[in-house]
Design a protein around this ligand. Structure first.
Ligand code: CTP
Ligand SMILES: C[C@](O)(CO)[C@H](O)COP(=O)(O)O
Length: 259
């Protein structure tokens, strides 16, 4: 467990873990968050990654809509360490990531003032990254995202749809790479700011105009979002090759740490 961050000056810090997705891009099978990495479900790795921060005293897991009981059983089968006081709640999720996070926020207790939102699909985020996000929120930033510079050049294109789907897509621009960041989780927020953003834009998610990350909603409020350094090991398990990378990272950790 880290000791860089202690509980915030006022109120407690919670982590909401959206884990209700199917994992379509990973391929058919068990819902993504329940798939094993080194024999342990991805979701359990993610819960442990949040509990590893001394700042986090409550974790809310957002389970697949019909899978809350299964997830509760899984968590009970993989308890945190004996001395770890972190409380873990489970709530059913929704049809989009945004809706799942909104449902998770509703389970927070009144004494929570700082909220992290962390993808179950980023099971290997190091505790130093979690602590850096929490520290920036405790220092007064209403919204904080960890992010990395891009390795690839990015092009904006004109997507081909309908009868033209599959045809080469015209490039319409090349954003300046030095100004771009690839954003990870956990994203950290002042609770009131995040709740206000989710309540205001809940309908947008239902109408297909939701945001792909929580900070995007806060940006729509007009509130400042800041970036802190992310970490390569906080990558999102999205496609099959990401599972290979995750297993390799865990094998390296076992070799280095002997766990
Ligand atoms: N309705 C949804 C959709 C996604 N998520 C969660 O949001 C995180 C990031 O989403 P993503 O990686 O896209 O997961 P999936 O939606 O499962 O993946 P895919 O888009 O390939 O189906 C994941 O932890 C996922 O479980 C969620 O809680 N509720
Ligand atoms: C929140 C996120 O992980 C930040 O990069 C990302 O936006 C999630 O996107 P997804 O399409 O739901 O995986």
């Amino acid at each position: 467990m880290s000791d860089r961050v202690t509980a915030g000056a006022s109120g407690r810090t919670a982590a909401v873990i959206p884990a209700a997705g199917r994992g379509v891009r990973l391929g058919p099978g068990t819902p993504k968050a329940l798939r094993a990495l080194n024999g342990t479900p991805m979701l359990i790795h993610a819960v442990r990654a949040m509990a590893a921060s001394r700042a986090v005293s409550l974790v809310v897991v957002v389970a697949p809509p019909d899978g809350a009981a299964e997830v509760r059983t899984l968590l009970d089968e993989h308890p945190l360490a004996d001395h770890d006081p972190t409380e873990v709640l489970v709530v059913p999720g929704g049809g989009t990531r945004q809706e799942s996070v909104r449902l998770g926020l509703r389970a927070l207790t009144d004494d929570i003032t700082t909220v992290l939102v962390h993808d179950a699909a980023r099971p290997l985020v190091p505790v130093d990254t979690v602590d850096a996000v929490v520290a920036a929120v405790h220092d007064g930033a209403p919204a904080v995202v960890p992010a990395l510079p891009l390795a690839d050049t990015v092009k904006q294109v004109e997507p081909r749809t309908g009868d033209a789907a599959g045809e080469p897509e015209p490039v319409v621009g090349t954003p300046e790479r030095a100004l771009l960041r690839a954003v990870q989780t956990p994203q950290g927020f002042d609770r009131a700011t995040l709740v206000a953003a989710h309540e205001k834009f809940a309908a947008a998610a239902r109408e297909g105009e939701g945001a792909t990350d929580d900070a995007g909603l806060v940006e729509r409020l007009g509130t400042e979002v800041v970036v802190v350094p992310g970490h390569e090991e906080a990558f999102k398990v999205t496609r099959p090759l990401d599972l290979v990378l995750a297993e390799a990272v865990l094998a390296r950790r076992r070799a280095n740490d002997g766990f």
